[in-house]
Design a protein around this ligand. Structure first.
Ligand code: 3HC
Length: 280
């Protein structure tokens, strides 16, 4: 089975790694060689760490890397059995990619999106195969996190859902079924919590360190909310809050002005070296 992954950022490369580790043949596609190389290097680094820790041998690492092909030509999706799209959260960009893939791919190819909150139904409507379009939402770091939210758009068929459920289990994940709704399940709970942590910080109720410590020690979260905000990326956090707010019109989802300011300043978190914390 051949999987074509669109987008080689943190999520795209993590997703490609999940499939390659489970023996699938994977094509990593992005628009520029440098993006594909960067994604491939992330996988190489992640596997090298496992080898260093004695959790994988060099032969296994090489066989996983051998399952991966690099591409900057979207036409290479023509013989894929499954496409997983993981580009940035812009509905117009996603719709454009899906309408092109619809023409290129075989008739029975399922087109999945890793969108964190956009409408599966709207993305599906940009194709002539809306019953074969579905959400396959991975969590960062994708090779470690067990969950996949499988999101059904209004047009997604039962057959497509069952196929993706099967594949999710084959790559060692434990999926949940979610009907389309802004933020799905995890982000509807997680991102408002992060937004509330930003409010606590802005009001001077506690320091960033103490807000995080409180949730790590008081709720057993592996990362505090502000540490997690930096890990996810504040641009992504803001985009999800905006979707929740715009889709529902409910003021409880209003993005906190400090979150907006952080994004305007380029304080996106780990990826820019500065967010609620600074990184080397
Ligand atoms: N690739 C492969 N393995 C990785 C990895 C990667 N990129 N990153 C970490 N790991 C492995 C490590 O090798 C280690 O394995 P081991 O226990 O077998 O030795 C294990 O994961 C734990 O890693 P570390 O020891 O380095 O560090 P931690 O114990 O601090 O765990 C963490 C790191 C798994 C990231 C943990 O802090 C965590 O679970 N944080 C919360 C992550 C989270 O909530 N993610 C969801 C974000 S929301 C999202 O993605 C949705 C989107 O739409 C916004």
């Amino acid at each position: 089975m051949k999987v074509f992954v669109v987008g080689c950022g943190t999520m795209g490369s993590g997703i490609a790694q999940c499939f390659a580790q489970s023996g699938f043949s994977v094509v990593m596609y992005d628009t520029k060689d440098e993006y594909v190389e960067r994604g491939y290097n992330l996988i190489n680094k992640s596997l090298t760490k496992l080898v260093e820790k004695g959790k994988m041998d060099e032969d296994k690492k090489n066989s996983i890397l051998n399952n991966i092909t690099k591409s900057v030509n979207i036409e290479d999706a023509k013989d894929a059995d499954l496409v997983v799209e993981a580009v940035f959260e812009n509905i117009e960009v996603k719709k454009d990619i899906f309408s092109r893939l619809d023409v290129i791919c075989k008739e029975d190819t399922v087109l999945a999106t890793n969108t964190s909150s956009l409408s599966i139904t709207e993305i599906a409507a940009s194709t002539k195969r809306p019953e074969k379009v579905i959400g396959m939402h991975f969590f960062n770091p994708a090779p470690v996190m067990k969950l996949i939210e499988i999101i059904r758009g209004i047009t997604t068929s039962d057959e497509t859902f069952e196929k993706i459920k099967d594949i999710s289990i084959k790559i060692g994940k434990d999926p949940v079924e979610v009907k389309e709704s802004a933020g799905f399940v995890v982000n509807r709970l997680l991102i408002p919590m992060i937004n509330e942590a930003v409010a606590l910080l802005a009001e001077g109720v506690a320091t960033a360190e103490d807000i995080d410590k409180a949730m790590k020690l008081g709720a057993n979260h592996p990362m505090g909310p502000l540490e997690l905000a930096d890990f996810i990326g504040n641009d992504v956090n803001l985009a999800i809050m905006e979707t929740l707010y715009n889709e529902t019109g409910d003021s409880k989802y209003r993005p906190h002005p400090l979150l907006r300011k952080m994004v305007r300043a380029g304080y996106l978190g780990r990826k820019t070296g500065r967010g609620f914390y600074t990184y080397k």
